[in-house]
Design a protein around this ligand. Structure first.
Ligand SMILES: Cc1ncc(COP(=O)(O)O)c(C=O)c1O
Length: 366
């Protein structure tokens, strides 16, 4: 699904130089590399303020806390996401409420979100899942009318745009993950919060560093969640390659979209406004998903499932409030989805081999 060895070869010299620079600097936490990264990532993702933190989950928790969203507050989100999205809401002390997905895109469904709204709703957290921008303008309108916050989980969407505008610039803040498999990955854990608001950024800077205002003064009880100098320096080497890598992912996706033709296999739809899909993952659906996965494995094609267990079936989340009409589209997607290899270092002949393997899956008799 990923080939880090190909990637490492390509970037070895500049990354070693960056590591050496940090080692020789003698400054390892919250120094010039983090400042440089925050400036450069802000320019890349179109946000005036970036705060480097320990990982993507902390970025969401810290942002929620910076908005003073906590105990007694509800945040509506999707049951089809990484567990970290919902765990961040729980860790902020707030209550996640789960809305269903749109089965054509697997993204949060607006009418379902509307059914979940209540007097305690403080925010809607959209997830730009698989690298596809959610319909943020519609969510912006809903949140504006209700005077609640829109929050963007951009962990899978570096380089994605909605109507030409980068994701992460539509809500109160965005959370980014630089987990190694992401479109922009570090060589360890890393994350960032981006925002157009100076006050949210200031609160996040305090929260990431024990809630410290000036040295040894802690007006709030924060976290220890600081992006370290080494990961910041490595990310600075990698940022200039992001657009090219997203372009390579898009080319893999184009080959899949043109080449996969099977009556039992469906592809997710991409509305024209989400045209700049960042293709973090390429996901198809098939009612006989497990048989398809075995068929691919027999032909040497790796695949994964994102996600086999929707959030409301995870032990700590079984009690969570949800759309009164249920979450059956998320259930259906979780039972049928399959991610096939999609990364910038996949060669055209390897992509073609995946297409051939999918197309040779025996058809159902029905
Ligand atoms: C949608 C989504 N949100 C949040 C996260 C959390 O990021 P991290 O692993 O950096 O904490 C991830 C990473 O898996 C993710 O995919």
């Amino acid at each position: 699904m990923n080939d880090f060895k190909r990637e490492t070869e390509y970037l070895l010299a500049p990354q070693l130089a960056a590591c050496e620079r940090v080692i020789r600097s003698g400054w390892y936490i919250l120094g010039p590399e983090v400042l440089g990264f925050e400036r450069e990532w802000g320019m890349q993702c179109g946000s005036p303020h970036v705060v480097g933190v320990g990982n993507g989950m902390d970025a969401l928790e810290i942002g929620l806390r910076a908005l003073a969203i906590g105990a007694g507050d509800e945040v509506i989100t999707t049951p089809l996401t990484a567990f970290a999205t919902v765990l961040a809401i729980l860790r902020a002390g707030a209550t996640p409420v789960l809305a269903d997905i749109d089965s054509k895109t697997a993204l949060l469904d607006l009418p379902s979100v509307e059914r979940c709204l209540g007097p305690r709703t403080r925010a809607v957290m959209v997830v730009h899942l698989y690298g596809q921008a959610a319909p943020v303008d519609a969510f912006q309108a809903l949140c504006g009318a209700r005077n609640i916050h829109l929050i963007e989980d951009c962990a899978q969407a570096h380089g994605a745009r909605w109507e030409g505008k980068p994701v992460g610039t539509f809500g109160a803040f965005a959370g980014w993950s630089f987990y190694p498999t992401k479109n922009l990955g570090a060589l360890g854990d890393g994350g960032a919060l981006s925002t157009g608001s100076e006050s949210i950024a200031a609160a996040a800077r305090q929260l990431r560093n024990y809630g410290q205002s000036v040295r040894y003064q802690h007006p709030v009880a924060g976290l220890n969640s600081r992006l370290d100098e080494m990961q910041a320096a490595l990310l600075r080497v990698r940022i200039p390659h992001l657009q090219k890598w997203v372009g390579a992912r898009r080319e893999v996706a184009r080959m899949y979209t043109d080449g996969i033709h099977h009556p039992d296999v469906r592809l997710l739809s991409i509305p024209p406004q989400a045209e700049r899909h960042a293709h973090h993952l390429f996901v198809l659906t098939c009612d006989r998903r497990d048989a398809l996965q075995s068929h691919l494995a027999e032909r040497g094609v790796e695949s994964l499932i994102h996600y086999p267990v929707p959030i409301h079936h995870q032990q700590p989340c079984r009690h969570l409030q949800r759309d009164p009409e249920g979450l059956c589209r998320a259930e259906q997607h979780a039972a049928t989805c399959l991610s096939i290899p999609c990364h910038p270092f996949l060669k055209p002949e390897e992509t073609q081999a995946v297409i051939d393997a999918v197309n040779s899956f025996p058809q159902s008799r029905a």
